[in-house]
Design a protein around this ligand. Structure first.
Ligand code: ZN
Length: 647
C-alpha cells in the first residue's frame, strides 16, 4: 500500500481542542454522487434524526434542556458579557454539547461551570440587555440550576453501576430514566415496556411513562414520525416497510411492534441509504434495560463494503472454529449483513461522540432467528485517524520499530479488527435456552462489557489466521506485521486509555472495562505482555504474539461460556479482578504524559450539514452537503430546529 495524497490530506479534520477533547469534522464525500432520489430520502431522514435530538438530552438529566437553553441564550447574545466569564461559559457549553449534558461520556462523572453564581447572573443580565428572553426570573432559574451547574457532588454520576457503600444503583445514577425509584421497588413489578419507558414513583405507586405518541416525548416523537412519513415516497419497498414498522412502534410503544420493526429493519438489506432511529443502546441505564434515543443516517460505502462482505460470507467458517465449547457454536450463522457506511448525521446517543462500529438489533432472540445488521462507520473512522496526533503513538510505544509499524499499519489493522469485532464477533455464538434469549437479564450490569470483550477477543483470536489471507483481506506477506501492530496497539491502549478517567480509581465505561479486562488478564495468565519502565515511564510491551493469541483464545472460551450460561458471578469476578479497578499512580503518570504533549482523551464530531433546495410548491429539488467546521455554529443551528417543539 502506497501513500496516496488526496483531497483528504489537505483539508481540516481537527478543528479545535476543548480541555482534553478534540473536535473533529466528519466528511461524507460519496453523498454528492448519490442519485437524487436517495439524496431526498437522506434529507427527510436527516430531519427525523435532528427532530429527536432533545429526547436524549432529557434522558441524560432532567435539567439538561433547561441548562442548554440558558447557555445557548447567553451565547447567542454575548456582546456585553464579561470576556473572562464568556470564555468559561463557552468552554463549558462546548463540553456540554459534546457530552450531551454535564457528564463526561467516558467517566460518567459530572464536570462543572467554573464561574460564580454572581458572575453567571451578570452574564444572564447582559444577555437579556442584548435581547435574550428567559421564561423565568434569573434568580429562580439560578436557584433551580445552580446545584447542577456548580456543585460537583450534586448528581455526580450519570450511570453508577458500582456505587459502593450499599447504595442503590438507580439512586446513585443521576440520569432521568428513573424518578425516585430504587431497585427494591421493582420486585414483583410487571414492567411492560423495558426498553422504551421511564419509571416514575409518584405517591408510592410505580408508573411506566412510555415513550410514544401520546406518552412521554409525544411532541418530539410526532415530529420524528412526520419526517419519516415524508421519507416514505423516496424509499425502496423494503425500506418503506421498515420505516412504517418504526412509525407504528413510535405510535404504540408496544413490544410486539418493536419486534416487528427490528425484524423489518434487519430484513432490509439493499437500500443505499438507511437509518437507525429510536431507543437503542442500554449503556446509560445501570440496569441495562432502558434504551437511549439515537439516530444515524448513512449511505453505503461500496468499496469498503466489499471487504466486509467477504468476511461475512465466511462467517460460518469462523463460527465452526470458535475456540469455545462446540455446544455454544451456531450450526447456521444467519443473515449477517455487513456494510461499510458513511454517516451523514449522528444525533442523540451516537453524536457528537460517535461509535466506530454498530451491530443491531440488540434483541438476542431476533439476532438468533433473523440475524443482525452490522455497519462500520468508515468516514468517522477516517476522521478519527486523520486527526490523531503522531505523538500519541511515539509516547507510549517501547521502540522505534513499534512506532513505525503503528504509523504504517494501525489504520488498516484497526479497520480490519473493527470489522471482525462487528461481523464475526457480536454475531457469533449461541446461548443456553434457559436464558430465553436474554443473557442481559442474567448478567445485568456486567453484560455490556462482557459482550464487548467477546467481540474483541474473536477479532484478536482470528487476526493471525491464514484464512484472512486466503480470502484476500490481508496480504500473506504483511499479515505478521499487521497482527503485531494490532496486538501492540491493543496492549498499549490499555495504558493510554487511563488518561480518560481523571477521577476515582474505577472504570465505568463498558468498552474501556473490556479492554482493561483483556489486557490485564493476558498479563496475569500469559507471558505475552511485559510491563517495563524507562525514565519513570511505564510501557506495556508485546513480547510474544503466539502467547497473546493463545491467551485470547482461552479467555474467549471462558467469556463465551459465561455469556451462554448467564454466569453472573463469574462475570463479576472477571471484571472486578481485571477490568474495573486500576492503579491511580499509573493513571497519574499517563495523565502527566498526555498533558505534557497536550493529547486529547476523546473526540466530538462535527457532522456534515444537508440543505434542501425547493421549488415554488415546496417540493425538494436538490440536496447539497457542506461541512460547517464549527461545533458552536452547528449546535446552535440544531437547537433552533427543535426549539419550536418544546414551546
Ligand atoms: Zn461492540
Amino acid at each position: 500500500m502506497g501513500i496516496v495524497l488526496g483531497v483528504s490530506d489537505t483539508r481540516q479534520y481537527l478543528l479545535e481542542r476543548v480541555d482534553d477533547t478534540a473536535v473533529v469534522q466528519v466528511y461524507a464525500d460519496g453523498f454528492t454522487t448519490l442519485p437524487l432520489r436517495d439524496k431526498i430520502l437522506a434529507w427527510h431522514l436527516y430531519l427525523a434524526a435532528l427532530a429527536g435530538r432533545d429526547i436524549y438530552y432529557d434522558q441524560r438529566h432532567a435539567l439538561n434542556l433547561d441548562i442548554r437553553d440558558l447557555l445557548e441564550a447567553i451565547l447567542r447574545h454575548a456582546q456585553q458579557v464579561e470576556p473572562v466569564v464568556l470564555a468559561e461559559i463557552r468552554r463549558y457549553t462546548k463540553l456540554f454539547w459534546i457530552n450531551t449534558g454535564p457528564f463526561n461520556n467516558l467517566t460518567a462523572r459530572k464536570f462543572v461551570l467554573k464561574v460564580t453564581r454572581d458572575q453567571l447572573a451578570a452574564a444572564i443580565a447582559a444577555a437579556a440587555r442584548a435581547g435574550a428572553r428567559f421564561d423565568e426570573p434569573a434568580d429562580r432559574l439560578l436557584d433551580r440550576l445552580a446545584p447542577m451547574l456548580f456543585d460537583p457532588s450534586y448528581d455526580a454520576v450519570v450511570t453508577s453501576k458500582n456505587p459502593g457503600h450499599g447504595r442503590d444503583i438507580l439512586e446513585a445514577s443521576a440520569n432521568n430514566l428513573y424518578v425516585d425509584v430504587r431497585m427494591s421497588d421493582l420486585d414483583g413489578f410487571d414492567e411492560r415496556y423495558g426498553l422504551n419507558s421511564r419509571l416514575v414513583k409518584g405517591d408510592g405507586r410505580l408508573v411506566e411513562e412510555v415513550y410514544k405518541v401520546g406518552g412521554k416525548y409525544d411532541r418530539d416523537i410526532r415530529a420524528i414520525i412526520g419526517h419519516l412519513e415524508d421519507a416514505l415516497p423516496y424509499a425502496s419497498a423494503a425500506l418503506a416497510a421498515s420505516l412504517r414498522a418504526l412509525i407504528r412502534f413510535y405510535r404504540t410503544g408496544e413490544k410486539a411492534d418493536r419486534v416487528a420493526y427490528d425484524i423489518a429493519w434487519v430484513g432490509e438489506q439493499s437500500s443505499q441509504v438507511d437509518t437507525i432511529n429510536g431507543f437503542v443502546e442500554v449503556y446509560m441505564d445501570p440496569r441495562g434495560m432502558k434504551g437511549a434515543w439515537e439516530a444515524i443516517v448513512y449511505y453505503v460505502n461500496e468499496e469498503k463494503t466489499q471487504k466486509i462482505q467477504t468476511l461475512a460470507a465466511h462467517a460460518q467458517w469462523f463460527e465452526d472454529r470458535m475456540p469455545w465449547e462446540p455446544r455454544f457454536r451456531k450450526p447456521q450463522v444467519l443473515g449477517i449483513t455487513a456494510r461499510a457506511i458513511d454517516v451523514v448525521v449522528e444525533t442523540g446517543d451516537s453524536g457528537p461522540v460517535a461509535p466506530l462500529g454498530i451491530n443491531l438489533p440488540n434483541d438476542q432472540a431476533i439476532r438468533e432467528r433473523y440475524g443482525s445488521k452490522s455497519v462500520s462507520l468508515s468516514n468517522v473512522g477516517e476522521a478519527y485517524d486523520k486527526s490523531t496526533l503522531p505523538e500519541f503513538r511515539s509516547e507510549f510505544a517501547w521502540s522505534p520499530d513499534e512506532v513505525d509499524r503503528a504509523t504504517k499499519w494501525s489504520a488498516f489493522a484497526g479497520e480490519l479488527t473493527t470489522n471482525m469485532h462487528e461481523v464475526i464477533g457480536h454475531a457469533s455464538g449461541k446461548v443456553d435456552e434457559k436464558l430465553k434469549g436474554s443473557p442481559q437479564a442474567a448478567l445485568k450490569e456486567q453484560f455490556s462489557a462482557l459482550e464487548e470483550a467477546r467481540a474483541d477477543l474473536v477479532a484478536l483470536y482470528f487476526l493471525p489466521d491464514q484464512k484472512l489471507a486466503e480470502i484476500g483481506l490481508v496480504s500473506k506477506t504483511d499479515q505478521d506485521e499487521i497482527v503485531r501492530t494490532e496486538y501492540e496497539g491493543y496492549a498499549r491502549n490499555a495504558i493510554v486509555q487511563l488518561r480518560r478517567v481523571r477521577q476515582g480509581t474505577t472504570i465505568a465505561e463498558d468498552h474501556m472495562r473490556n479492554r482493561q479486562m483483556i489486557v490485564n488478564w493476558l498479563k496475569a495468565n500469559t507471558k505475552s505482555i511485559d510491563v517495563r519502565s524507562r525514565d519513570g515511564k511505564t510501557y506495556y510491551v508485546l513480547t510474544d504474539v503466539r502467547a497473546f493469541r493463545d491467551g485470547a483464545g482461552r479467555l474467549l472460551a471462558e467469556v463465551q461460556r459465561i455469556k451462554a450460561e448467564g454466569d453472573y458471578a463469574a462475570a463479576k469476578q472477571l471484571f472486578e479482578t481485571h477490568g474495573v479497578h486500576f492503579d491511580p499512580m499509573l493513571r497519574d503518570e499517563v495523565v502527566a504524559r498526555v498533558e505534557k504533549l497536550q493529547l486529547p482523551s476523546y473526540t466530538g464530531f462535527v457532522m456534515p450539514k444537508l440543505e434542501a433546495a425547493k421549488d415554488g410548491s415546496g417540493a425538494v429539488t436538490d440536496v447539497t452537503i457542506s461541512y460547517p467546521q464549527d461545533l458552536t455554529k452547528q449546535m446552535l443551528e440544531y437547537a433552533a430546529l427543535t426549539r419550536g417543539l418544546r414551546r
